[in-house]
Design a protein around this ligand. Structure first.
Ligand code: SF4
Length: 357
């Protein structure tokens, strides 16, 4: 019999399973507490479950869907990057970011939702091998189990900002987020789980219509459609103006928190850009998260500190709420997709210039 990955099962699925084998429903919560809160790596650790049931579960299910291939720790800021191998030989990554010294001392884990990515953002190393496949819920949750077990740290914040576009794998990502939030799952507050998208209209609309309680982050990076499409081809089928119109209609009545991510380059921080940002989100409660572009081997030019300050001031004068964020883990390939991108390059025997954004 082929073993199933037990982390693909929601609480309802596990209750159905236990009923089907003549066991009590409460077993489902008991097993989930072992899987997530206690982060058990084997059914044999589950000491309040009978030996007979542990053996049965061990024959039917696997706990871990991933294998950890590499862990790198930044000497600059302690950021940890993990490279995981899936059961069919693909590589995905997760990052543990230690926001020490920030207002709430967050410990954030950045998760992947797909192996590869079809979005083709120009600045992203993940885009280079293209889309491989969606991750299932077990592969998403297992990233967090491994990071917690290996680092010995219990994070309190999750962002779906690693490899892949979460709204192109909607069902598995939402199921994983729900299990993270269960009191007998990882028990992470809905306010501490953020779905980050390059801007898929259909996914954002569904997310709001279904009243999903998680935070939403939108990656904008340019205010002019033709310029944005050059760096983010997703703009072609998902014009940001349509997203902003839809948000103006729907977002004010939703409970979600919306962050717009804007990586600052020398050529996207003019006074006109600031005015267009103000106009785009005039009816939405947004927080604009500004990230100065890192100097790297890419074709884009980073802004000077003075240019960053001027842009921030212009937005503040227009009452646009902004935060400026630093990038983490620069010495270990700190941006989305770069660690696994490097592994793909190594497998193909080439070293094709690692971008940093
Ligand atoms: S930045 Fe995100 S959405 Fe864009 S290609 Fe990279 S992984 Fe995909």
């Amino acid at each position: 019999m082929v073993k199933q990955f037990i982390k693909n099962y929601s609480i309802g699925d596990l209750e159905d399973y236990f009923r089907s084998i003549g066991e009590k429903e409460y077993r489902a919560k008991q097993i989930m507490i072992w899987l997530y809160e206690k982060n058990a790596a084997s059914f044999h650790e589950m000491t309040n479950v009978s030996k007979k049931l542990r053996d049965l579960l061990d024959g039917a299910f696997s706990i871990n869907a991933l294998e950890c291939s590499e862990r790198m720790i930044s000497e600059i800021d302690g950021t940890e990057k993990y490279l995981f191998k899936t059961h069919d030989g693909h590589y995905i990554e997760s990052v543990l970011i230690k926001n020490e010294g920030t207002e709430d001392g967050r410990l954030t884990v950045c998760l992947s939702s797909q192996a590869g990515c079809a979005m083709g953002c120009r600045f992203c190393e993940t885009a280079k091998p293209g889309f491989i496949r969606n991750l299932d819920t077990a592969e998403i949750l297992d990233q967090l189990s491994h990071v917690r077990r290996i680092s010995g740290q219990r994070n309190n914040n999750i962002v779906f900002m690693g490899m892949g576009e979460p709204f192109m794998n909607y069902e598995s990502v939402m199921r994983a987020a729900d299990i993270m939030n269960y009191p007998f799952g990882f028990h992470i507050s809905v306010r501490k789980i953020t779905i980050s998208t390059a801007g898929i209209i259909e996914g954002i609309e569904r997310f709001i219509d279904e009243r999903r309680p998680y935070n939403l982050a939108l990656s904008l990076n340019d205010t002019l459609p033709e310029k944005r499409e050059r760096i983010m081809p997703v703009e072609g089928r998902n014009p940001f103006m349509e997203i902003s119109d839809m948000l103006s209609r729907k977002f004010p009545t939703s409970r979600n928190r919306l962050t717009v991510v804007y990586v600052m380059r020398k050529d996207n921080i003019s006074m006109d850009d600031a005015k267009r940002l103000k106009k785009m989100f005039r009816y939405s409660r947004i927080k604009l998260n500004l990230i100065p572009l890192n100097q790297g081997s890419h074709e884009y030019r980073p802004p000077t500190d003075e240019e960053v300050d001027r842009f921030v001031q212009e937005l503040e004068i227009m009452n646009v709420p902004v935060t400026v964020r630093k990038s983490f883990g620069r010495d270990i390939f700190g941006a989305c997709g770069q660690l696994s991108g490097r592994r793909y390059a190594t497998r193909e025997g080439s070293d094709n210039g690692l971008n940093t954004i």
